[in-house]
Design a protein around this ligand. Structure first.
Ligand SMILES: [Zn+2]
Length: 271
């Protein structure tokens, strides 16, 4: 019987057809979804900008710590080289302690992961920052490492995962309103968010903002910000192969990115 009856994703509207009533319900849900999204507007005091994030910094920290074991496992566990591990932690903490990052509630930790094939670095909400051995080995000095870690701290302070979650909720809500995925909009379980986080890609604007913040933190902590441009070159070379670094995966043009980094260096040097 079921085989013969076409169903939509959840079967909720399956038998009713598209009557005027469901259209109105759809419009109401769309309105509520938009209202809810707009009501998540919050002020990021550390960056002086407004953004749409509904989870609290405490929740960001909790989600980050919860997803951390999965991330570590995914990239071969912690690297056993204690000297290298220590360098990552020292450079990371120097960036935090000498910048606005130290004024935020986030708990920053910097980890070197053992994966020697995947050239990557990433940050979980709340302050957990990772770099793979494959990327670490391509860097030639501590300033370049500061470039990578500064960019990742930018994602944390920029609350980029929180912004993405809000956008995802908005899209799901609107999809639900269209009758495609009704019900999904309500099922914002923590576990799902954690799972979704693994595949979360940052947007273009978020990458550019992280580059900008990375430059700012490097200058604040006495690193050479020009070294972030070296990192772009290193990543460009690395992405010629199989790996798709987080830095280059979400499509800002590397040349354009370099220009923006140079502009950011001028901007923050003047301050
Ligand atoms: Zn990034």
């Amino acid at each position: 019987m079921n085989k013969l009856r076409p169903q939509n994703a959840l079967g909720i509207l399956g038998n009713r057809g598209r009557t005027g009533g469901t259209l109105i319900i759809g419009l109401v849900i769309a309105a509520i979804t938009l209202f809810r999204y707009c009501s998540t507007s919050t002020y990021n005091e550390y960056l002086g900008i407004r953004q749409n994030v509904s989870i609290s910094p405490e929740e960001e920290i909790a989600i980050g710590l919860q997803s951390k074991p999965m991330m570590v496992q995914e990239f071969g566990g912690y690297d056993s080289d204690q000297r290298a591990q220590q360098l990552v932690k020292e450079v990371g903490q120097r960036l935090v302690q000498n910048s606005v990052a130290s004024k935020t509630p986030y708990q920053y930790e910097f980890h070197l992961l053992a994966d020697r094939n995947t050239v990557n670095a990433f940050a979980l909400p709340g302050g957990q920052v990772f770099i793979t051995r494959a990327l670490f080995d391509r860097l030639t000095d501590a300033d370049q490492l500061a470039g990578v870690l500064g960019h990742e701290i930018g994602h944390v302070i920029g609350r980029h995962s929180g912004e993405r979650m809000e956008k995802d909720q908005l899209l799901k809500g609107l999809a639900g309103a269209a009758g495609v995925a009704m019900g999904d909009a309500q099922s914002a379980q923590m576990a799902q968010q954690v799972a979704a986080l693994i595949g979360l890609k940052y947007g273009r604007e978020q990458e550019l903002q992280s580059d900008d913040l990375g430059v700012r933190f490097m200058i604040d902590a006495g690193f050479k910000p020009e070294k972030l441009i070296d990192v772009m070159e290193i990543l460009k070379m690395a992405s010629g192969g199989q790996s798709r670094p987080e830095f280059t995966s979400s499509h800002p043009d590397p040349e354009n990115r370099k220009e923006m980094i140079e502009a950011a260096i001028k901007k923050y040097r003047k301050e």
